[in-house]
Structures are given as C-alpha cells and as structure tokens.
Design a protein around this ligand. Structure first.
Ligand SMILES: Nc1ncnc2c1ncn2[C@@H]1O[C@H](COP(=O)(O)OP(=O)(O)OP(=O)(O)O)[C@@H](O)[C@H]1O
Ligand SMILES: [Mg+2]
Length: 268
C-alpha cells in the first residue's frame, strides 16, 4: 500500500521580511519550517509571541510569499494552484477577525459569499432560502442567535462574535484545511470551549486543522500532534502526548514548565 498523501505538507518554509527604510534590515519571520498534516488531524503550532506562527499561517494561506521553501495541498504544489480554487479548499480563522471582514458590508454578506465560492466549485446553485437556512442553522450550532447577529456591520459586532462568524464561514465552506490562528483570542472562557469543541467536531468529520496558539493548555486540549516554534524555527514536533509530557528540547521543557497543571485546566 502506498503512503497516504498529506492534506498539507510544508518543506523548509522560510520568510525573511525587509524592514526599515534608511538602513534596510532583514527580519527572520520563519526558517526551514517543515511539517505535514494528515486528513482528520489537528496539528498545533505553539510558541511565544513573535516566534513566527502567523508568518507560517500567512504563507500557507498564500497571503505572503515565502522567501524559500514549498508547500503542497494534497500533493499539489500550492503556489501553482488557482487562488480561488485554493481559498475554497483552505479556510482561516484569524487572530484579528476584523481584518477579514469588509467594514462596509453587513456580516451576512461574508457568509453569503462563501456560497459563491462553493457554487463555483460544484457548479451547483443554492436558492436564497437555502442559503438563509444553512447560515442560520450554522450560527445556532456555535451558540449564536442569527436574529441578533445578522444585519450588523463589523463595528457593531464584538471580536468574539467576529471569530465565531469566521468559524461559521469555515463550517459552511467545509474546506480540506482549516487554519486557525489564535481563533479564541477574543472569545470569553465559556465560548472558548464551544469554539474548540466545534473545531474538534470538524476534525471528526475529516477536516485537517493547523491550530495556532501561544497557549500550551489549549494546544494540548485540541491537538493530535504539536510543533513548538522558537525564533522562527520548529524546535520540536511529534505526538501531543510526547511533546507536552516528555519534551526533549530545552525550549519546550521551559515552555511546559510555565503550565503547572496541564491536565486539570482543560479536563472538562
Ligand atoms: N510585516 C512584517 N515586517 C517585518 N517583520 C515582521 C512582519 N511580520 C512579522 N514580523 C516579524 O517576524 C517575527 C514573527 O512574527 P509573527 O507575527 O509570525 O509571530 P507570532 O508567533 O504570530 O506572534 P504573536 O503570538 O504575537 O501573534 C517577529 O519578529 C515579527 O516582528
Ligand atoms: Mg500571530
């Protein structure tokens, strides 16, 4: 039997940013980042602020171009794929959800646009009432009241609500890969578990997830495998149990030691 093709696979992804106008400097965002995620698997990318997590996410999302390295979606060179086709198959929940929504449109439009992409892919169409029904039931699934949230503009919506709207959009799109960059950074504690559990449910349905967080406990709660980043590099990668309970790299050990009761916090 041949080996299963990973849903996403990166090979030495590297990004150097140029910064400064007078004395132009190169800043290393990420260096030689290599990982793969199988179908129905959640890989957590854990690291402190500035370690390069969002840089990796933005490369995989094709929002910034790698300086070096490659990545593949189900074996296909991602940078060579049609962008709309790619974004149909790769969806994201961002750290800063306001950056994704157009401030001049009511939030409904962002959800409705998802159907446009779906229709392009399947050559089928959805009636207005079908769209409405799917949108409303999806919002209810993640604990939102459609009557309350639909019709609002982003500035009338809280950060936590925006993040859940992005989860809803991802649910509607049913992508191959979900990229979640600190998806609960603006969500309160009770909703956080709902969002995490919704992501776990998506995984049960076969979705692959790159889950980015600085929170070791969240990473452990949600992931099958984990990669630890420090200064732009992955210093350790492996099954979550091994990375979090038998860390090998000194940096991982230090990171874990700041979370004294890993089990208890998320034992719900
Ligand atoms: N557009 C940019 N131009 C120059 N440097 C950048 C740019 N974006 C990020 N960096 C730098 O790249 C490094 C990695 O940043 P990145 O945003 O990927 O970190 P992160 O792990 O997502 O941090 P956080 O947890 O705070 O979100 C940092 O040193 C950051 O200052
Ligand atoms: Mg970040």
């Amino acid at each position: 039997m041949g080996e299963e093709v990973a849903v996403v696979e990166s090979e030495d992804l590297t990004k150097y940013y140029r910064s400064g106008y007078v004395f132009s400097e190169e800043v290393c965002g990420a260096k030689d980042v290599t990982f793969s995620i199988k179908e129905g698997e959640i890989l957590a990318l854990v690291g402190e602020s500035g370690s390069g997590k969002t840089t990796v996410a933005n490369m995989i999302l094709r929002l910034i171009k790698p300086t070096d390295g490659k990545f593949y979606l189900r074996g296909e060179d991602a940078l060579g794929m049609d962008r709309n086709e790619y974004w149909r198959r790769v969806q994201a929940i961002f750290q800063d959800p306001y950056s994704t929504f157009n401030e001049y449109y009511v939030v409904d439009k962002e959800l409705e646009d998802a159907f446009g992409l779906l229709e392009e892919g399947r050559n089928g169409t959805y009636s207005e009432s079908e769209k409405r029904e799917i949108i409303e039931s999806t919002l209810e699934k993640i604990g939102m009241n459609p009557k309350e949230i639909l019709g609002r503009y982003p500035h009338q919506t809280s950060g936590g609500q925006m993040q859940r709207l992005l989860v809803a959009r991802a649910l509607i799109m049913d992508p191959d890969l979900l990229l979640a960059d600190e998806p609960t950074s603006m969500v309160d504690a009770s909703t956080r578990v709902a969002v995490l559990n919704e992501i776990l449910r998506l995984k049960e349905e076969g979705m692959s997830v790159l889950f980015i967080t600085h929170d070791v406990a969240q990473a452990y709660y949600i992931s099958d495998r984990a990669a630890v980043m420090n200064d732009g590099e992955v210093v350790e990668i492996g099954p979550a149990d091994e990375v979090f309970f038998e860390p090998e790299h000194p940096y991982t050990k230090e990171l874990i030691s700041s979370v004294p009761r890993l089990y208890e916090k998320w034992d719900i």
